[in-house]
Design a protein around this ligand. Structure first.
Ligand code: MG
Length: 297
């Protein structure tokens, strides 16, 4: 069970789910469910962000709704016909917080020391694009790199959270490509300037296609992430090799700023980052989460 945002043919955003290898209109299913179970009462669920903020984004919500609806009508009526236009799971989070150098080999490949505490920076939320949208290379930006990463979406306000409690504040898992203007970033780093601009160009944050409820991920600390460019494997590692784990990252960040529902945390990229050029296709994959595909222009 995976959730996603898509553009309906009426031009509006809807929530979809992938279930038994087919795609269904969850927003429509929810409206039917409300009429069946609750005299039509309940929120409108057309945005995953709203669902997360309303604390409705749980595997149980999806499972109960499907099993109840299946009893009264065939789910086939709710199937989404391709082509599906995927939108980012969360279109405009308040924050995108990213950790740098969270895999030892990646820190070393760029000539950096392995950090002793998490090293955070942010990307502008305006840099987000969805699955199958195009990464646009800015003129004169120099080398631009792919960085495939697992993203966490925060489920509720989190401030000063312990590591033990951190998973209570995670709604689900998704994928991000933390596209980076590498030469600009190096110049800024050498000059003691923040990393923000080299990370924040429009289209530099492909995100999605799915948001997977955390309950669907058996062992978050042993997920295998890979990145391919034009079908060729460039990056691959397991989350068991992260220097700072998911719970540690949420706990650490929550000591400095309040995490809000819908906030996104990109959890670091493995070794193997490299340049992308116009015409390339970049795929970020985790078996349990999905595959994020974007072309470069
Ligand atoms: Mg990164």
């Amino acid at each position: 069970m995976k959730a996603f945002s898509f553009l309906h043919k009426d031009g509006l955003t809807r929530i979809g789910i992938e279930y038994n290898d087919a795609f269904y209109d969850f927003s429509q299913a929810w409206e039917l469910y409300k009429h069946l179970k609750n005299k039509g009462q309940g929120p409108e669920l057309n945005f995953l962000q709203v669902m997360v903020e309303a604390d409705f984004f749980h595997l149980n919500t999806f499972q109960e709704l499907i099993s109840d609806l299946e009893k009264v009508r065939p789910l086939d009526d709710l199937k989404i016909k391709p082509p599906i236009i995927f939108l980012p799971p969360v279109g405009r989070p308040q924050k995108i917080l990213c950790i740098g150098r969270n895999y030892k080999e990646h820190a070393e490949e760029l000539g950096n020391k392995v950090p002793e505490e998490p090293l955070f920076f942010s990307k502008a939320p305006s840099s987000i694009i969805g699955h199958e949208s195009k990464i646009m290379l800015p003129a004169d930006a120099g080398r631009v790199d792919h960085e495939g990463e697992i993203a966490l979406v925060i489920s509720k306000k989190a401030s000063h959270i312990s590591e033990k409690k951190a998973f209570d504040y995670i709604a689900g898992f998704s994928l991000i490509n933390d596209v980076t203007a590498r030469e600009m970033k190096k110049r800024d780093t050498d000059a003691g300037r923040p990393w923000f601009r080299s990370k924040s160009f429009d289209t530099f944050c492909p995100f999605g296609p799915f948001l997977v409820p955390k309950q669907k991920i058996n062992d978050p600390n042993d997920l295998n992430i890979s990145v391919k460019v034009n079908g060729e494997l460039k990056q691959q590692n397991s989350t068991s090799k992260m220097i700072f784990g998911f719970a540690e990252l949420v706990s650490y960040l929550s000591k400095f700023c309040t995490l809000e529902p819908g906030d996104v945390i990109a959890t670091g990229t493995p070794a193997g980052v490299g340049a992308i050029k116009a015409g390339d296709t970049v795929e970020v994959s985790v078996h349990e989460i999905g595959t994020l595909i974007n072309q470069v222009e």
